[in-house]
Design a protein around this ligand. Structure first.
Ligand SMILES: [Zn+2]
Length: 298
């Protein structure tokens, strides 16, 4: 099961309580369905949960039954309304002039209440939406073939506090989200808090893993740097030893040279602690640098 179909299954558990909300959900479904015009309202879905919800939803909202129901065993389930009286009942409920052929618009007047808007978003998502598995990325989209509907949905979403982006893909117009927080908020608002929680957890896990990986890489890089530095110090000291007796060096430099030769693997901090008396890492670093300069002069 995909993350998207799990989210839709959760949404379809939302009870059919208010009639106004049932109508708003139908409205969202129809504007994001495969076809909604004078001749037919056609909803095609692969979601078994959505298919189970549709007849009850339309019955609750408009007391109407579908003229065509899916046949058993179909992958794509097709619901269709073709009876003129049913189609005009829908048009009337959404404030359309029955029989008009003008482009679809969202009638804001029937979505004044917040509960109805959430139901409308839910319907739009069930019919025309999808959300990517958070393990693969963050993307939630709502796609409709109606240009104005998409534009007006963007307005509705913004009014509800969201910041959707918009794009066209083929004949479809999309509103979409790319931010995990926005997707989480949207899923919660339309009635899928569990999917929202799953997304949040997936993100937290990913962030945590990213943080650990960054630290491991960083430690490894520092270690490489320390090893390279020690190698350079050893080369300098060997070069000096080839030209002179290291015991002739000033005592502090001689001590640093001897300690580095004896402990090629130690970090500066460890070496500094071995000095008599112990010195700071930066003092030791200074002495080793001095040795490097002397080796360069020779
Ligand atoms: Zn309502």
């Amino acid at each position: 099961m995909s993350f998207s179909s799990d989210a839709k299954r959760e949404l379809c558990r939302a009870p059919l309580s208010r009639r106004c909300c049932a109508q708003a959900e139908c409205y969202g479904i129809l504007l994001y369905a495969n076809r909604f015009d004078r001749g037919e309202a056609r909803i095609v879905t692969e979601s078994a949960a959505f298919a189970a919800r549709l007849p009850a939803l339309f019955k609750k909202a408009f007391h109407i039954t579908f003229d065509r129901l899916p046949e058993a065993g179909q992958g794509k389930r097709i619901f269709s309304l073709t009876a003129p009286d049913k189609l005009s009942a829908l048009s009337a409920a959404f404030g359309y002039d029955p029989g008009s052929t003008v482009a679809h618009h969202i009638n804001f007047a029937v979505l004044e209440e917040e509960h109805c808007r959430s139901a409308f978003f839910r319907g739009a998502f069930l019919a025309g939406g999808s959300v990517t598995d958070p393990a693969k990325g963050y993307h939630l989209e709502l796609a409709t073939s109606h240009y104005s509907v998409n534009r007006e949905l963007l307005t509705l979403l913004r009014e509800a506090g969201f910041a959707p982006k918009s794009a066209a893909r083929g004949a479809n117009h999309m509103a979409y989200f790319k931010q995990s927080e926005a997707i989480t908020d949207f899923l919660t608002a339309i009635g899928a808090p569990l999917a929202a929680m799953e997304l949040m957890n997936a993100k937290a896990e990913k962030d945590l893993r990213g943080g650990v990986n960054r630290r491991v890489n960083c430690d490894a890089a520092n270690l490489d740097k320390a090893v390279d530095a020690a190698q350079a110090q050893l080369e300098d000291i060997r070069r000096l030893a080839g030209r002179m007796d290291l015991a002739e060096l000033p005592p502090k430099l001689a001590e640093a040279a001897r300690l580095r030769m004896d402990n090629p693997e130690m970090t500066l901090t460890e070496l500094a602690a071995l000095c008599e008396p112990p010195i700071t890492k930066s003092s030791l670093s200074h002495r080793l640098k001095k040795l490097g300069e002397l080796a360069g002069e020779m």
